[in-house]
Design a protein around this ligand. Sequence first.
Ligand code: NDP
Length: 401
Amino acid sequence: MITGMGANEFSRKPRGELRRISVFGSTGSVGINTLELVAASAEEFQVEVLTANENVALLAEQAKKLDAKLAVVANEAYFGELKDLLSDTEIEVAGGQKALIEAGSRDVDWVMAAIVGAAGLAPTLAAIQTGAIIALANKESLVCGGSLVLDNVRKYGATLLPVDSEHNAIFQVLDFNQIDKVERLILTASGGPFLNLSYEEMRLVSREQALAHPNWDMGAKISIDSATMMNKGLELIEAAHLFPLPPEQIDILVHPQSIIHSMVEYRDGSVLSQMGSPNMKTPISYTLGWPDRHQFNADRLDLAKVGSLTFLNPDPIRFPALRLARNALKTGKSAPTTLNAANEVAVKGFLDGELGFLDICSVVEETLQRSKIVELNSIEDIVDIDQLGREQALSIVKQFA
Ligand code: NDP
């Protein structure tokens, strides 16, 4: 049985007047949205840590604008450049993986975990171990380290708030005290840019077409994941960790308008949903204000203008990622970690022009078939399996190229 988050882990924590916050992955799509919200209520926040992987120009600009205490660049090769950019300030500067994890250990009230990929796991774990409120955008850290992450949340009394719009929606409407009255969770999916293409047409799509999501403006990796629907597969695994329901009670429904962000169906037939315009600032704002609701002037939802909301079941043939993710979740142990690692490698292969679009899922499937399933008991085990999965996937990508 999957252990999920219960009401206790989501229980309210008091907060001070000035909240000390850190944003990991501040130069990415979620990070930038987060900092725009923070800047709009600057008197409420003290920015402690901001991080990037390479984009030191934007990182330095953000750190200066928000008067951050520490700026960290994960890729150490950019440390010197960052240091130069911030040499005329009091802002502390650091570089490399160790510095990133140390930054996660800083004592703050709220952390946005918005690094993309498994690279986010170690700093997120470090932040969890401080007992802070973690706004979790980095779904891959739950996919590859789910049990470890949740064990640490419980052990250190941290609070995990889902940023992904679907999980944020469920969090807002799920009655944790009546879990036994829940029939199922319904994760909605836009279906991405290729929802209406045939299998043959999908074979030929370009990088630019795959990156052009119809509803959401996101980073490159999640945009490709949305196009293959692996994003929904990762979200299925994420939901199974976050919410105390077995995977069989989590369904996926395609809803191309992305207005209903997910639903909870109760045993009396009632279906509760959270709706809103497709704008990540809404769920981010929810986690930033939690347990209160933050004032945020998002485009208000005008349902008359939207006109109609449509729904359909996902096509398992054109979107095999859903089956791969569900199987990996069912298999458990190292399977989700391998799935995630292979997907990261395959997405990069597609973005670099080495793979066709449909090859992405083929690489993931073949990597899973060739990989042993083992128990994961520590972060070291996860890192090892992640690495093995990447190597295996890379060798398969080379065969495709
Ligand atoms: P982006 O690619 O836009 O940004 C990623 C951020 O992580 C950047 O700050 C990047 O730095 C940093 N980063 C990249 N690689 C590393 C690394 N190896 N070590 C440390 N930092 C790194 O991603 P998004 O903002 O789109 O997504 C972030 C996370 O949020 C993902 O897990 C995604 O699935 C999730 N998410 C995103 C949504 C969205 O709307 N974008 C919606 C829901 C969830 P640099 O800029 O220097 O490369």
